[in-house]
Write a protein that binds this ligand. Structure first.
Ligand SMILES: [Zn+2]
Length: 56
């Protein structure tokens, strides 16, 4: 494991909200591009990016 993580290209990415759909209840949710997970405001399910990618 490297001790120093290079911020690299991540610093150039704009942080914007993405509109997504909750895989559990279908509600519209927003996940910021710098977040790895978010919580559905409708059903309180924690939704991770891995989970969204797996559903594709
Ligand atoms: Zn939900």
């Amino acid at each position: 494991m490297p001790l120093h993580e290079c911020p690299g290209p991540d610093r150039k990415k704009p942080i914007v909200p993405e509109e997504l759909q909750c895989p559990a209840c279908g509600a519209e949710i927003e996940m910021w591009t710098n977040e790895a997970q978010t919580t559905c405001p409708s059903c309180s399910k924690v939704i991770t990016r891995d989970e969204l990618d797996a559903g594709k």
